[in-house]
Design a protein around this ligand. Structure first.
Ligand code: SAH
Length: 352
């Protein structure tokens, strides 16, 4: 039997065979719109609830859950059916909430500064494993409205293209989320960006740029050797024209590496022609890449320089926290201790 959210409407109907057709619709709605466990579907007779619960096991079992920022940030470490571990982070923002989901267990892109990249690739997540992360987070976010889903957890979403796009369609269809609130973040998988441009899905594309010249980007983001900047920028332009959506560039500021005045100039030259919005965050140092993030004064100077060059920028808010939920740090340390980690790191999230 498929997992709860890998099940198709026909699978749910099959479990409820012999019952009136509206029962399957009730169950499907309960699972998706309301995020209910079958046992909570009180409109169904007890025997049907039990049948659904037995036939459609959840894909995600919480191996650890940590809460920070007075309940405004929740991080889950999920254990999947085969033992793989992935993380989801829920971030509150006023009356709304954003969930950061994983698309793969591990990642094959090998960006040296990213904890997931350092650990290597394990496997793709299924469509249902992705959807279930959002369902769980949306339920937990209540009464806040889950308005945004960002594919910025573990993995490279465009390297798991079919399942990620199928999950996005489920989020907009079955869960009723707006495609405009969904961001797919990529290291620059050019064929994936081109395909995505043709899907008719108005999602936001975020490109993890981090360097605006090929020599430096080759070092920071190995995939750049396959799809260098000019090719990547052309694909971004195609996505922008096809969807009408504004592009984002992610830039993790690394002390003395990509935070110099010349880096700002090069970045502005890439961002301006595409009208791209730049998100700056200081790098979160990871065990395999001890370069510190740019200190606050340097972040401000870089931001001001970019602004003066006519680029739209958001500096991501860094909040202190007791949990390991930082960008690029997901899963760090879990091999050692798959439980809530003690206070020691800081993490970042985008401000609205
Ligand atoms: N593979 C996709 C999505 C996952 S990473 C991508 O690369 O876009 C989500 C974001 O976190 C990316 O912008 C990534 O570059 C950034 N990131 C990774 N490691 C980081 C670190 N140590 N500090 C700050 N940001 C990091």
């Amino acid at each position: 039997m498929p997992s709860r959210y890998d099940a198709r409407p026909a699978d749910v109907a099959g479990v409820l065979a012999g019952e009136p057709a509206y029962r399957a619709r009730q169950a499907w709605d309960g699972l998706h719109r309301r995020g209910l466990d079958p046992q909570e579907m009180t409109e169904l007779p007890g025997a049907l609830r039990a049948r659904l619960a037995a036939a459609l096991p959840p894909a995600l079992a919480a191996a650890a859950e940590s809460v920070a920022d007075r309940g405004e940030t929740v991080k889950w470490l999920w254990r999947l059916a085969d033992g793989a571990l992935v993380e989801t982070v829920l971030m509150a923002n006023g009356s709304r909430a954003t969930v950061c989901v994983s698309s793969q267990a591990g990642c094959a892109m090998a960006c040296g500064f990213c904890a997931t990249g350092q650990a290597g690739f394990e496997r793709n997540l299924s469509e249902g494993e992705i959807v279930e992360q959002v369902v769980r987070a949306r339920r937990r976010a209540t009464p806040r409205r889950l308005s945004n889903v960002v594919f910025m957890g573990m993995g490279e979403p465009l390297a798991n293209y079919d399942r990620v796009v199928a999950a996005v369609r489920r989020l907009t269809g079955d869960l009723g989320l707006s495609a405009r609130g969904i961001t797919v973040s990529t290291v620059g998988v050019v064929p994936g960006i081109r395909r995505l441009a043709g899907e008719g899905l108005p999602v936001t594309l975020a490109v993890s740029l981090h360097a605006a010249n090929d020599a430096l980007r080759d070092e920071l983001v190995p995939l750049n050797r396959r799809y260098p900047l000019d090719v990547l920028m052309a694909a971004c332009d195609e996505h922008r024209h096809a969807t009408g959506r504004r592009l984002s560039f992610e830039w993790a500021l690394m002390d003395g590496v990509n935070d110099r005045p010349a880096d700002a100039t090069e970045l502005a030259e890439r961002a301006r022609p595409l009208g791209a919005h730049v998100n700056l965050i200081p790098l979160n140092p990871t065990p395999g890449w001890p370069t510190p993030g740019t200190p606050p004064a340097g972040v401000r100077a870089f931001r001001d320089r970019l602004r003066a060059l006519g680029v739209n920028i958001t500096v991501r808010r860094t909040r202190g926290t007791e949990i390991d939920a930082a960008c690029g740090q997901l899963r760090a340390g879990h091999e050692v201790a798959p439980v809530a980690a003690p206070a020691r790191r800081r993490w970042s999230s985008s401000s609205p």
